[in-house]
Design a protein around this ligand. Sequence first.
Ligand code: SF4
Length: 210
Amino acid sequence: MKTEEMIEKAMKSLKENGMDPILAKTKEEAVREVEKLLWKGAVISCGGSVTLAESGILDLMRNGDYLFLDREKMPREEVYAKTFSADVFLTSANAVTLSGELYNVDGNGNRVAAIVYGPKKVIVVVGVNKLTEDIPSAVERVRRIAAPKNAVRLHTGTPCEKTGHCCALGEKDMTAGCASESRICRHYLVTGKQKEGRVRVILVEEELGY
Ligand code: SF4
């Protein structure tokens, strides 16, 4: 399927799933869209995300207009606790399916926890490279791309850091994986239809993050 068709399908499904998506042509446009959804003095937080850093959204969060719970400047446990009552949580997703689901795999669990419950609003910024047909292909995407790249970035010492793919490639069981103590795939979240108004997706027509 062509990328344009995938974008059209995903946008329609996300809309039906209550995540009122915005399509941004570039990462600069995505920053402007995020800015429109925030307000001065809002308590904001984010999950660890290459997408937010690459797009310039992290810089926006640090510009002084917001009360940013910045884990580079505050103890992580304090950030995680305060994120629960934040106004807005910003994150990416590991994959977005053409049926309008978000798929996320987390090690620590703070990112998926905040997507599920707590922050009043959740803004999810994703590049087109993260669109997948369905959940099985989202699972494969994480095993082939997202998790191994994160493993290299975080020096986890897990099998995927060395081989470049998950040892459970092709396994049907969603939670199949390595036995490493430092495994980064521990929590698996599929976000389906939402109540209108809490979760908002910004789909960017560029490759962002992994
Ligand atoms: S389960 Fe282990 S090997 Fe597989 S992607 Fe996750 S950390 Fe890597």
